[in-house]
Design a protein around this ligand. Structure first.
Ligand code: ATP
Ligand code: LTN
Length: 332
């Protein structure tokens, strides 16, 4: 039997090159060797305020992009988190087994709090508990994510081990984060010391999968580099150039050393043009597939079938956990 992998994306905006390289592309690559469970984390989306119409569009686009990027609903289980109610219920149980001290240490929350954002929700604070539930309901071996999520997967392991120990049985398999070898953290094109993010505010730093190609090209051609003038992989001293090299390598399969060789003695203009060609090629393929998916009628079938298959796994797991805790009184 195949081992299982599980991951989710929370489309609080449009998917971008970072989420593609760090996560989505891995889901696609692994769906032959693993049983891939890929969901759309719509409960996680509402940890920050959302405009209902925009959220609905982002969710629809996210499912369509899963398919456009090559996730195959016959191989992978694709569903919307709220269609499988066990997520929210186990999420609450996980909250009750997580210490506030642990949540206080989560850098994602700490960073947001440190920025002085005025109205952070309780949902944002307890988000890692829900994420732990998302994972543990399915006993995956690996969780393919960008490296910003590693700390959340670590917490998930800690709480799972604690519960296994407290209730004296192996309720949960302990999962491992799986980062891509190249591209576990794609950086902003305008601020290469920070990750490319839909929530970073600098639009030009982030390439969205549905960006018009000329816009994507412009973003790459105006990406921040340095005055060294040498295409060389050195994230510390040449973060901008190294980031562009990472993007190129991740998408083309070319090694960093080969890219250095190809552009030896050439200027950044030519290098950026090469990167833009690779990126636009990839975006073009994805966007053509996206148009086909969005104009077809398959999203409903995919999501209904995915939710049915996911529930068949999540239901018995929640039942096992509630029984172990002593929360259920009737036999089923
Ligand atoms: P954002 O910061 O853009 O809001 P996020 O990480 O909070 O993104 P998602 O869109 O759910 O939220 O991210 C989906 C997946 O993509 C996660 O596994 C995340 O680690 C990965 N990911 C997001 N941004 C990057 C990036 N810049 N480089 C590599 N992986 C990334
Ligand atoms: N926290 C993740 C999204 C996410 C997830 C998950 C990823 C929610 N639940 C379970 C892997 C496994 C994020 O912000 N990108």
């Amino acid at each position: 039997m195949k081992d299982r992998m599980l991951s989710g994306i929370k489309p609080t905006g449009q998917l971008h090159l970072g989420s593609y390289i760090g996560a989505l592309r891995q889901f696609v690559n692994f769906q032959d060797d693993f049983e891939m469970v890929a969901f759309i984390a719509n409960l996680h989306c509402i940890t920050v305020p959302q405009d209902p119409q925009t959220l609905q569009k982002n969710l629809r686009d996210c499912v369509a992009l899963y398919l456009a990027c090559g996730l195959d609903p016959k191989k992978s289980i694709i569903f919307l988190q709220t269609d499988v109610k066990e997520h929210a219920q186990l999420g609450y149980i996980m909250c009750c087994h997580t210490y506030m001290g642990e949540l206080n240490r989560m850098t994602q929350f700490k960073d947001k709090a440190a920025k002085g954002e005025a109205s952070l929700s309780g949902g944002l604070y307890t988000y890692p508990c829900l994420m732990a539930a998302d994972i543990l309901l399915y006993d995956p071996k690996y969780v393919p994510v960008g490296d910003d999520q590693d700390q959340h997967v670590e917490l998930c392991r800690d709480v799972a081990a604690r519960m296994n120990n407290r209730y004296g049985q192996e309720l949960f398999r302990l999962p491992e984060a799986y980062n891509p070898k190249v591209g576990a953290r794609i950086m902003s094109l305008q601020d290469p010391l920070h990750k490319m993010s839909k929530s970073d505010g600098i639009n030009r730093g982030c390439i969205y999968l549905l960006d018009p190609l000329d816009e994507a090209r412009k973003k790459i051609m105006t990406a921040i580099t340095d005055s060294i003038g040498h295409v060389h992989y050195d994230p510390e001293n040449q973060p901008g150039v190294s980031n562009l090299m990472t993007i190129m390598s991740a998408l083309s399969g070319q090694s960093l050393a080969d890219i250095e060789k190809d552009y030896e003695g050439k200027g950044y203009g030519e290098f950026k043009k090469g990167v833009a060609d690779v990126v636009c090629d990839q975006l073009n393929t994805i966007q053509q597939a996206y148009q086909k998916v969005i104009s077809s009628d398959i999203l409903r079938d995919v999501l209904e079938d995915g939710a049915r298959r996911a529930s068949a796994i999540a239901g018995p797991k929640l039942d096992l956990v509630q029984r172990a805790i002593g929360m259920e009184i009737l036999d089923r």
